[in-house]
Write a protein that binds this ligand. Structure first.
Ligand code: UN1
Length: 514
């Protein structure tokens, strides 16, 4: 395995060249990219200069003016071709995702699979952008809805799903007739460059794709602001922290631009006394420790019925102690590194705060991993932490983007649902039960208040076919499947009079003499 610094850098170069990214893009820039696997520098990417960013947005607007008149099923051909390019390069791009984010190889490839799946979904959707026909109250009248492209769609994505989140937005936006301008996380520009190169490959193969239809802006928060404040950007879909959403949302609202916000989560699972504990344990382990707790859907709170609490916690502790922490490319690893030093410090601060609130913390300590010293102390591996806590203290109500699972006890289901909902965020939730009353109550209007509510499945790992997103401080946006496409289009209500009279709605009369 390439833990040697040169070997890793060589591998990055090989992957990027295979994926169609020229070396000039990542050797001389001011944005320093480190792999969390060792913490070493793997690239220096040039930031997009401000005038070039403005020109890219203007070019996207020009491309939109052509693209909007291309029949949607033909637009779908481009997205289908993108899916094919991704399918052909799933191993290379998946590996690059692993190197840039530190997630396991199967998770890196899973992320690319998610891109492929949403391309298939969007290609099918390109023949189903259907509107309603509505009964008119007037004789010889017809009402209908038509859906039109919106314009330039801005995408701001986070480091943890560096490419899949772009694809959820881009695949839908493109079949809906829009142009896309993407500002990826400054921590993950390499996978973005590679994805953009694969898009160009697909566009060249399909032909007749207007120049600038998909653009990439490399930069920091300021670049995001440029996108957000640009009058030519009709919609911004932003994924990241609630703090980021709080900064972005008012700026978009100020100019009445649309937004899709995918912000912080604080996802909980309720484990009832009737639960299949073996199944629950597997689901909890993946949701809480998978991707080192760095999914917006990661399980952060476990609410356990008191009669099974001791048994479940005992078994969980065994799993937490034994799970392989290490290089995400190694076959025995289930928990890879945290993204960076800041993330590690945030995790330690949360654990200290929990201890201060009387919690019992198991795990959470830094783990030394062979080869990781090559990055001179810049790699941060931790044993996932299990935190038994009596109350939903302030630290539990906050999202800490790290593998910390707070465990709470409950007596009856009402109390469990109350605890589950009693946080500012509302992304994902689960219940583990074999009791149909408990399951249905959890899914009812009086149950979970989240955008995602699951039964006997963990909180993370959603399929692309459903609408993805959540309520409250999660921002209310919905991406990916179901009817999320409607947000990327504008709806026109059309009333057509095919008669000879002009009856007015609501029986109003307004007779003029001709
Ligand atoms: C994210 O963490 O931003 O449901 C997205 C999941 C993935 C997407 C996560 N399909 O865990």
């Amino acid at each position: 395995m390439a833990t040697d610094t040169t070997a890793l850098n060589d591998e990055v170069r090989e992957l990027l060249s295979r994926l169609g990214v020229d070396e000039s893009n990542y050797t001389e820039g001011e944005l320093v990219v480190r792999t969390p696997i060792t913490g070493q520098v793997i690239a220096r990417v040039a930031k997009t200069p401000e005038p070039a960013a403005r020109e890219a947005i203007a070019a996207a607007q020009r491309a939109f003016l052509t693209w909007r008149s291309v029949p949607a099923p033909r637009r779908g051909e481009l997205v289908r071709a993108l899916g094919e390019e991704l399918r052909a390069e799933i191993s290379a791009l998946g590996r690059l995702v692993t190197i840039e984010t530190g997630k396991l190889l199967s998770e890196g490839c899973g992320e690319v699979q998610e891109m492929i799946d949403v391309c298939s979904f969007a290609a099918g959707l390109s023949r189903q952008l259907a509107g309603l026909t509505i009964a008119s109250e007037r004789a010889d009248h017809r009402m209908m809805e038509t859906w039109h492209p919106l314009g330039v769609v801005g995408v701001i994505s986070a480091f943890n799903f560096p490419v899949a989140v772009w694809s959820w937005n881009a695949a839908l936006a493109l079949v809906c007739g829009n142009a896309v301008v993407w500002k990826p996380s400054e921590k993950t520009p390499l996978t973005a460059l590679a994805t953009q190169a694969l898009f160009e490959r697909a566009a060249a193969r399909v032909g007749n794709v207007p120049a600038g239809l998909s653009a990439l802006l490399v930069g920091d928060a300021q670049m995001g602001e440029l996108l957000v404040d640009s009058a030519q950007v009709a919609l911004v879909s932003a994924t990241g922290s609630t703090a980021m959403g709080r900064a972005v949302a008012p700026r978009l609202a100020k100019r009445f631009a649309r937004s899709i916000l995918e912000l912080g989560g604080n996802n909980a699972a309720i484990v009832c006394a009737s639960a299949d504990l073996d199944l629950a344990l597997r689901a909890i382990a993946f949701s809480a420790m998978g991707t080192a707790g760095q999914r917006c859907t990661s399980l952060r709170r476990l609410i356990v019925q008191e009669t099974i609490y001791d048994d479940l916690v005992e078994r969980l502790k065994r799993v937490y102690r034994s799970v392989g922490v290490g290089d995400p490319r190694a076959s025995g690893t289930l928990v890879g590194p945290l993204i960076d030093a800041r993330s590690f410090a945030g995790m330690q601060a949360a654990l200290d705060e929990a201890r201060g609130a009387g919690a019992i913390v198991t795990g959470g300590e830094r783990v030394v991993v062979d080869g990781a010293e090559k990055g001179e102390g810049n790699a941060f591996y931790v044993r996932p932490a299990l935190v038994e806590i009596a109350e939903q203290a302030a630290v539990v109500r906050r999202e800490t983007f790290a593998p910390i699972l707070y465990v709470l006890k409950y007596r009856d289901l009402d109390e469990a649902i109350h605890l589950q909902n009693d946080v500012p965020q509302g992304l994902s939730s689960s219940i583990f039960t074999l009791n149909v009353r408990e399951a249905e109550r959890f899914l009812s209007a009086a149950g979970s208040d989240c955008g995602i509510a699951n039964v006997n499945i963990g909180t993370s790992g959603a399929e692309i076919g459903g609408a993805f997103g959540g309520e409250k401080e999660t921002g209310g946006g919905r991406e990916s499947g179901s009817d999320a496409w409607k947000q990327y289009m504008r709806r026109a209500t059309n009333t057509i009079n095919y008669g000879t009279d002009l009856p007015l709605a609501q029986g109003v009369s307004f007779d003029i003499t001709l």
